[in-house]
Design a protein around this ligand. Sequence first.
Ligand SMILES: *[C@@H]1O[C@H](CO)[C@@H](O)[C@H](O)[C@H]1NC(C)=O
Ligand SMILES: *[C@@H]1O[C@H](CO)[C@@H](O)[C@H](O)[C@H]1NC(C)=O
Ligand SMILES: *[C@@H]1O[C@H](CO)[C@@H](O)[C@H](O)[C@H]1NC(C)=O
Ligand SMILES: *[C@@H]1O[C@H](CO)[C@@H](O)[C@H](O)[C@H]1NC(C)=O
Ligand SMILES: *[C@@H]1O[C@H](CO)[C@@H](O)[C@H](O)[C@H]1NC(C)=O
Ligand SMILES: *[C@@H]1O[C@H](CO)[C@@H](O)[C@H](O)[C@H]1NC(C)=O
Ligand SMILES: *[C@@H]1O[C@H](CO)[C@@H](O)[C@H](O)[C@H]1NC(C)=O
Length: 619
Amino acid sequence: MNTHLVVIFLVAFGKATVEGQKSCDIPKVLQGTWFSWEVGEPTTTTIDEWSYERQGPKQGRQRTECVASSRNGSDHTLIFKGSECYTCVKAFPRTLNVFEKFETPCVTLERNEKPTIDRICRGLRQDQQLITLFNKNFVPISCRSSLEGVWHFAYQNRFRFTGECDSPDAKIQSCQTPGTQFLIQNQKFNITYRQCQGMDGTFNGVVEFSCLGDWFIGKNHYFAVVNTKESREDEKYRCFLKNRDDDLYIGASITAECNTLKTVEKSPERYRVTPVKSEVVEPGCRFPQNFTGEWINTANIDAEVVINETHIIETYYPDRARYRRTIYVCREQRDTRIMMARLTVDGCQKDYICFDFVPRHHNVIRYRKGTAVIKNDFSTVCSWVQFPNKEEWRYDLYLAAKPVPVRCPVAGKFNFTQKGESPFKTRILGGVTLSPRPDIRCKQNISDFSVCDTDQKEMAIDADYCLSVDYLGRPVDIYSDPDYRMKCIGYWQENLKSYLITYDDLDPLSKYRCWVYQRADLNRVLMSQAVGAFCDVRQDVTSWNYTEGAVVAVDMTEYERERDQCPMHFDDGENPWQETENYIKVFPWLIYRSTTSAIDGTVNAFLVSMAALLLKLLF
Ligand SMILES: *[C@@H]1O[C@H](CO)[C@@H](O)[C@H](O)[C@H]1NC(C)=O
Ligand SMILES: *[C@@H]1O[C@H](CO)[C@@H](O)[C@H](O)[C@H]1NC(C)=O
Ligand SMILES: *[C@@H]1O[C@H](CO)[C@@H](O)[C@H](O)[C@H]1NC(C)=O
Ligand SMILES: *[C@@H]1O[C@H](CO)[C@@H](O)[C@H](O)[C@H]1NC(C)=O
Ligand SMILES: *[C@@H]1O[C@H](CO)[C@@H](O)[C@H](O)[C@H]1NC(C)=O
Ligand SMILES: *[C@@H]1O[C@H](CO)[C@@H](O)[C@H](O)[C@H]1NC(C)=O
Ligand SMILES: *[C@@H]1O[C@H](CO)[C@@H](O)[C@H](O)[C@H]1NC(C)=O
């Protein structure tokens, strides 16, 4: 009874607040002081938790209070109450520094009408002009996702001159300064304008812009900028437009508005750009031959890495924009360190970076990278101080894109217990429907971990394994179709921990998985599987949750039964370059079995040996 009263009270209270002030929630991204071009004049808008104040030379000052709000994803609908009437504002935050809005004229209600969102926003049309608001206290954002590279350009401005101004020295320059990923240089770019003979309205000068962030609407890629040397507010903010399908043209606004850019072609100002080719860097050294091939970078799984004798080419496809490519050219090698020239986007200045490699083993190249510097000098670039001096660190990994399985460092037949956020579960490989188990009594249900194929290159994990014997005491293994199969593709020891990389085509999360493993006893092994292709420095054999980058820890005890031909094997990975193929092969010698007499057997064996000898002599 009491709870009912409380519920009723809450509902009533909630209803009351819809009409009161508390029902309005102006999000933090919209709060601040903004500049925009509205109703034909420069406008300043101040938004705080409750109110919306607009000020312009002709429109004067208008203060409204927020009375209702709703949100759909990142879009917000807000109702503001003026002295007499209500306005509906639909706000679309684009970046930290820019939002766009639609708004209705002020709506006056009949006496009995309620200011609901539906009622006030009724007059809103989807084809209305969007108004762009620029944050007056903007925080510059890295230009990298907006514009990166060096271009020569020719440009048109429909409002200032006719024709295209094409001067060989005109260029757009947006390059990241090496080693300063988060610093101010990367938040700016330059456009160098050159005067064209006989075209009034063209001029000589460099304009420096700070980036305010970028966003996509369909295929249109917008980015907003602010001219760093301009103090007049209406001349300061500009909007640019690129199109994903056509990177030869860039559109720009000539006012503090983005709505004038519908397509690149119809933009008030249009730049025709040609990328400036970067200079060619001659390789000065060669990588070890066994680096050549296709790799994946575990630090960035979505990147493709191709290595040939002299170049490492990393291509990354960020899902929204085009691809990003970084090319490293081998310049000079001493001991394990190789100085490389790094070429990023066309035209930007190259820089130098040092890689410290461990010789390849299995399907793994381990390396670490120094910080990038401008100087082309081995002792500077590859000085050990260039390597980030963290207390705990691990090598980064390149893993073969088409790995060749190797013998697993842990092999044999184990029974295990597990603990983890994502433990091994019974499932049917390949999606075949589970047929009901025939009525066979299991003597014991265990979890089974086997590396028993002849080469011991594949781990088979069965979360629920029926351990049973038939009436003759032979094991019944009819349910032994494993739930998981993973190929071992590399292992090594680092920081006194043993690491293993496995490969499973069917793993939806990560085909490559890193493990930490350790022998705990003569016949007991502990292992911990990581979330993905690399192991966190903190991951240990008992790690089982995300805080240490792991998903499951297993504790395994060997249990080879009499008839399982599966010898135990353990390698701590101290010397991963050592060849450890499994030479213990079990050949069923059928001839002995088919005969009863021992003498017959030896005769048969003799005959087989003779036949083999003859074959050898003949071929
Ligand atoms: C929310 O936004 C999505 C896409 O922007 C739109 O399809 C959907 O209709 C909106 N929902 C409401 C309730 O307005
Ligand atoms: C832009 O040009 C100015 C003057 O030439 C220069 O000082 C500045 O460093 C340049 N900025 C960028 C980001 O290239
Ligand atoms: C390696 O790749 C680069 C870039 O694709 C290419 O210019 C170079 O000729 C290649 N080198 C060899 C030895 O194939
Ligand atoms: C790759 O070559 C290096 C020498 O250049 C050698 O030390 C290493 O064992 C080789 N690795 C493999 C897997 O062949
Ligand atoms: C093993 O599991 C099966 C079902 O999966 C069950 O029928 C059987 O009783 C279990 N046996 C033991 C010994 O727990
Ligand atoms: C994660 O595991 C560690 C031990 O491996 C434990 O101390 C910690 O409490 C666990 N964290 C969570 C959130 O379960
Ligand atoms: C499985 O392992 C446990 C210890 O973890 C052990 O007590 C049990 O006997 C093992 N089962 C078999 C069939 O070896």
